[in-house]
Write a protein that binds this ligand. Structure first.
Ligand code: SAH
Length: 218
């Protein structure tokens, strides 16, 4: 099937995906609506496009994966739980799908990716979808984006072993960091809230992400 063919059927399959997300406990209507309209099949290789609306993680090259829709929805919902953030940082642009979903729900979105080729592909897709409130940067997410800080929210789509202190520092007080934490055997999706004196962490549910790796790849 070519992309247009998928495009025609994808509206129906996305509606079914959103019903499943609701059954799985995603209740934020803003998130469900954006996932109903965002074409996930444009963020994977053409050969995988027919699988884009299964609730599965999909390979995007360079040993990286696009998170399953449930995970994208859950993380977005957790980030938005405090209101509509004006200024958000994402670590791990990857395919740009999570970026596209988030961008439609926040004011300004900054997104950092360590693998240049993934970042460039994501840039083209976001442009194709006419999403313009995103700034992309090739860099090491462990460093955040200091010149654009403080952020109302930070979302990380790869897992470090422990809470990255630098990211917490770039949150405004009351801002939240949604992040998987752990190693390749056990991870927990965690919400870290910046407080006056430091931060508070709340574990939400088990997770499975690629590791957050320091350094960059050209
Ligand atoms: N949100 C992405 C998921 C991609 S997987 C999507 O929707 O497709 C995680 C991504 O994090 C990968 O692209 C990986 O290269 C990136 N990553 C890992 N460590 C990183 C780091 N230190 N800084 C920036 N990006 C990183």
């Amino acid at each position: 099937m070519n992309r247009d063919g998928i495009g025609m059927t994808s509206q129906r399959t996305r509606a079914r995906l959103v019903e499943r997300l609701f059954e799985q406990g995603i209740t934020d209507i803003r998130v469900l609506e954006v996932m109903r309209t965002t074409p996930r099949h444009l963020f994977v290789d053409e050969a995988l496009a027919h699988r884009a609306y299964e609730d599965a993680a999909l390979p995007i090259g360079f040993n990286q994966t696009l998170s399953q829709p449930y995970t994208v929805a859950r993380m977005t919902e957790l980030l938005l739980a405090g209101g509509r953030p004006a200024n958000v940082l994402e670590i791990g642009t990857g395919s740009g799908y999570q970026t596209a979903v988030l961008a439609q729900l926040v004011g300004e979105l900054c997104s950092v990716e360590r693998i240049r080729a993934l970042q460039e592909r994501a840039r083209l897709r976001l442009r194709e979808l006419k999403i313009y409130n995103v700034a992309l940067r090739h860099g090491d997410g462990f460093a955040g984006w200091p010149s654009r800080a403080p952020f109302d929210g930070i979302l990380t789509t790869a897992a470090p072993r422990s809470v990255p202190e630098e990211l917490v520092r770039q949150l405004r007080v009351g801002g939240r960091l949604v992040i998987p934490i752990g190693d390749d055997r056990s991870q927990r999706l965690t919400v870290v809230t910046r407080t006056e004196g430091g931060h508070e962490a709340r574990e939400v549910e088990p997770a499975r992400f690629v590791p957050l790796v320091s350094g960059t790849v050209r």
